[in-house]
Design a binder for this molecule. Structure first.
Ligand SMILES: N[C@@H](CCC(=O)N[C@@H](CS)C(=O)NCC(=O)O)C(=O)O
Length: 259
């Protein structure tokens, strides 16, 4: 039986549609790279931002990951986007893909700061986003009782405040846009959902975070991969009513770690 999540607008719209149109052809440089994407997915957005920031040639393929089609399961074992095929070899997981791109294309702009200590700090920032912010964000979306929403909101703030401690401004490491930014940037375009429905306020996190949000919104790569607002709302409605059947939604409901 199809899950409600399968009902997604089938293609990217707005600025993202223009970006997709520029990446329809197979790459020609011998480093075949196919990007299996879902225009709506924040985890996809991380890998997409990495590709755009590095200027790596890629061929864009839209996948509906909720259909779990056998051809896609052969590329991504849990049937999750993003995934890539590099010279015919499959790879999945947004952060693994970003790190792979960093190493496979060393001649392109780096996604990490130069200093080893800063690189370690970037990894700690990524850890805070993965372990503190994200699980709380899903709980905030899916919680139906007011007290649980208030608790999740506090946890979202805690995660974002921890993340903000080391923001140099405008980006995490000053002028350089790194993986420390990319890992959280996709949720900037989704904060208005929790602002509207769950009392979230960026100012409650603090001024450094607010300035970072504005800088991220203005980043060209971020603007290039955004679809039209109304198509996201349909998807997030299912989370807000706790009807979503995605792997992340099911894990959140069951109190498990999100896959
Ligand atoms: N940990 C994964 C999460 C990817 C993920 O959850 N992708 C969602 C779309 S945003 C998906 O493919 N969902 C399909 C499903 O849940 O069945 C990553 O970072 O790549």
């Amino acid at each position: 039986m199809p899950t409600p999540d399968e009902a997604i607008h089938p293609v990217a719209t707005g600025a993202a549609a223009t970006t997709v149109a520029l990446h329809q052809q197979p790459t020609k440089d011998g480093n075949e790279l196919v990007f299996y994407s879902g225009w709506f997915c924040p985890f996809v957005a991380r890998a997409w931002l990495a590709l755009e920031e590095k200027g790596v040639p890629y061929q864009y393929k839209e996948v509906n990951p909720y259909k779990k089609e056998p051809e896609f399961l052969a590329i991504s074992p849990k049937g999750l986007v993003p995934a890539i095929k590099y010279r015919g070899k499959p790879l999945h997981e947004s952060l693994v893909i970003c790190d792979f791109l960093e190493e496979a294309y060393p001649e392109t702009p780096s996604l990490y700061p130069k200093d080893p200590y800063d690189r370690a700090q970037a990894r700690l920032a990524i850890d805070v986003v993965s372990k503190s912010f994200l699980p709380a964000f899903f709980r905030l979306l899916q919680s139906q009782e007011v007290e649980k929403q208030a608790q999740a909101l506090e946890e979202v703030y805690q995660g974002l405040r921890k993340y903000s401690e080391r923001i140099q401004g405008p980006f995490y490491f000053g002028d350089q846009f790194t993986l420390a930014d990319i890992v959280l940037a996709p949720w900037v375009a989704r904060l208005h959902i929790v602002e509207k429905h769950r009392n979230f306020s960026a100012s409650a996190v603090g001024p450094k975070f607010e300035q970072w949000v504005e800088a991220v919104k203005g980043r060209e790569s971020v603007r290039k991969i955004l679809s039209e607002e109304r198509y996201y709302e349909e998807i997030y409605g299912r989370y807000l009513r706790d009807e979503a059947q995605s792997e992340a939604a099911k894990a959140t409901r069951a109190g498990r770690v999100i896959p």
